[in-house]
Design a protein around this ligand. Sequence first.
Ligand code: AMP
Ligand code: ZN
Length: 272
Amino acid sequence: MTPEQLEKKVKETLRKVKLSKKERILVALSGGKDSSVTACLLKKFGYDIEGFHIDLKIGKYSKECLASVKKLCKQLDIKLHIYDIKKEMGSGMCYLRSAVQSKHKKGMLKNCAICGVIKKWILNKEARRLKAKAIATGHHLDDEVQIFMTNIFKGSPELSANSGPISRNIKNKKLVPRIKPLFYVFEDDIREFSKKQKLPVNYDKCPCAIDSYRIQVRGFINTLSRKEKENIMKNAEEVLKKLKSKGSEIQYCGLCGELSRKRICKKCELMR
Ligand code: AMP
Ligand code: ZN
């Protein structure tokens, strides 16, 4: 895929999510290729963006991610907000995660799942505090196929009900909409684009990403052709239109006040 074709695809997705160029968007920047390409394109297309990075304090890996994010924001001339997890939550992600795992049944809670819940909680809360109209993430087609298939394998397709280039179903003043401009783009094309554009990116994987089930599903998806992955996405979109997420009634967490499907939100359930 040429850079022009990739840009065209992303523009089409942005048209679909009806994103206004006047509204401030927070781009969740991990320091990796996907979110860096997301920021680069949104800026190029004239959107009003700022960067938001959660410094997870996972040793050398986090230091390199932070350095990449700082370079990128300088290059794109955008403001960067840094959330230092140690300062805000008392410890780095490795410690927070071990504490959660030691309280719950061993092996039940995977690293990426815990980290994902905490990051999502931070992102929504901080985006609201910063009065952003939307949060953009770097999720791409391979990610989405993986999430959808994982939920199918687990027998819970309804867990994907909110997936899409824009989070739908739930409209609530406390929820900042999440958009995924790279939703229809393959990971390989993003990698190639980021290299051609020479974006300051950390290509290393997170050293904690050792969730065997996720890796297993990812391994299976990597054996599929592009056509097959696209077909899964098309099917997913059709199926999900008809699905309502399980217990989609929204409440506010009794401990932190954030949106929750249950009396206590997932993050507080893990960390209390
Ligand atoms: P992942 O679940 O790690 O594949 O990340 C998915 C998306 O979440 C990335 O493309 C980013 O937009 C966002 N993200 C992940 N890690 C961070 C981080 N440390 N700080 C800010 N955003 C992040
Ligand atoms: Zn909570």
